[in-house]
Ligand binder design. Structure first.
Ligand SMILES: C[S@@+](CC[C@H](N)C(=O)[O-])C[C@H]1O[C@@H](n2cnc3c(N)ncnc32)[C@H](O)[C@@H]1O
Length: 384
């Protein structure tokens, strides 16, 4: 199920992207199937295949990885006494050669419910909506993985709003950074941001890179359109250049989704450091002074999930949110902290405890409990 790094030589950032997709899907499917819904729809909206190496089984493509991962979860849960879980695959692709390969892939997997949509995703929204929402209470996870920002986001946001599932959107930071300031691309950026009049808002943002500005506006529009409540993201670097290539943004209405996102990020970012390190030592021919484990630890402490800098930022964010809404429950505030800062739920609990000790927050705990519970109400110290 796990992507095989050997198929990703020279495009290791895609390995990290696929690893994240695979791990998040696995977690999401377990949670969902054990919860409310027996039907999981996986939509691969910009499916490919695209620049993959495993031409035989296509195991280094998002759709083949998703299929293997979700089918594995279904099999495990069937053995554990959940026999009626169903997974359906809706793949969409614009390039005719890739569509032919997708169709051949689907034809070889007749035991699965797969529908292939040919043409632009934006032109197939109605068909995909119908093919996902025909079963009541089904859950839809959509993967949107374009090569740049040539995407008509407005109608896509409407579909996501109606489906009320989750989306993983690949935001192509490197592309956006290179071009978003240019007048020549103003119209296509407007399409991407679902806002033709994006320029004044963009210019009104404080000093940050073009990519961060577009990201900020994109997330704001997505929320405004009702496509998501929370939008955490993870930056994926080109390991050979250590430069941000893309960001995977999760769009979810579910508090737990944010928590799972940061859990998966903590695992995947360690793999990213290892991958970078392997490339470095292989290319230089010089063994490193430190072991892989030491380097992973050093980098995790510098800017990883729950590193000291992120803990500090998360503490400030928590205090601000509690100040703005005294009495907010831990259940409501934790995902908002985790959305903004790369920390896990356990970190938010520790931060709350520390801030209480420092006299900056107050909350009551049930007997014998040391940390906030989901229904614990948090107050700023000034309200004591
Ligand atoms: C980055 S690749 C996808 C890779 C694939 N998701 C993976 O991870 O293995 C983007 C794909 O989207 C296709 N594409 C481009 N514009 C599209 C559109 N508007 N609708 C659907 N597919 C599109 C391209 O032909 C290409 O195959």
């Amino acid at each position: 199920m796990r992507p095989n790094i050997d198929y990703y030589q020279g495009r290791e950032q895609s390995f990290i992207k696929h690893l994240f997709l695979q791990k998040y899907l696995e977690n999401a499917a377990y949670k969902l199937f054990q919860g409310r819904s027996p039907v999981f729809n996986f939509v691969d909206a910009f499916a490919g295949p695209w620049r993959n190496s495993d031409s035989e089984s296509l195991s280094d493509t998002s759709f083949a990885l998703a299929l293997a991962t979700l089918d594995n979860v279904r099999r495990i849960l069937a053995k554990l006494g959940h026999p009626n879980l169903k997974i359906r695959f809706r793949f969409c692709e614009r390039n005719p050669d890739s569509v032919a390969k997708l169709q051949a892939f689907a034809a070889g997997k007749t035991e699965f419910d797969i529908k292939v949509f040919s043409g632009a995703f934006e032109d197939n929204l109605e068909g995909i909506r119908a093919a996902c929402s025909d079963i009541r209470d089904s859950f839809t996870f959509t993967f949107i993985d374009p090569t740049g920002w040539n995407v008509d986001s407005g109608p896509i946001f409407s579909l996501l709003k109606d489906l009320r599932g989750e989306v993983l959107f690949n935001f192509m930071s490197e592309h956006v950074n290179r071009h978003a300031g240019w007048d020549g691309v103003a119209k296509s950026v407007g399409r991407f941001l679902a806002d033709p009049a994006w320029r004044p808002a963009f210019e009104g943002l404080p000093d940050m890179s073009n990519e961060e500005k577009v990201l900020r506006l994109f997330k704001a529009k997505m929320k405004e359109a009702g496509a998501a409540t929370y939008l955490p993201d993870i930056a994926i670097r080109k390991p050979r250049e250590n430069r941000i290539k893309m960001r995977l943004i999760l769009g979810t209405h579910n508090q737990q989704g944010v928590s799972v996102f940061r859990d998966v990020q903590a695992i995947v970012e360690k793999e990213a450091v290892k991958t970078r390190q392997t490339i470095k030592t292989t290319e230089s021919g010089q063994p490193s002074l430190f072991s892989d484990g030491q380097i992973v630890e050093l980098e995790a402490q510098r800017d990883g999930v729950g590193c000291p800098a992120n803990m500090g930022l998360a503490a400030e964010t928590l205090l601000d949110l509690v100040q703005a809404q005294p009495g907010i429950t831990f259940h409501d505030v934790a995902p908002r902290v985790m959305e903004q800062v790369a920390v896990r739920e356990t970190h938010v609990k520790d931060i709350a405890v520390d801030q209480r000790k420092a006299g900056l927050l107050h909350f009551d705990l049930p007997r014998r409990k040391l940390k906030p519970q989901t229904d614990t109400r948090l107050y700023p110290a000034s309200e004591r």
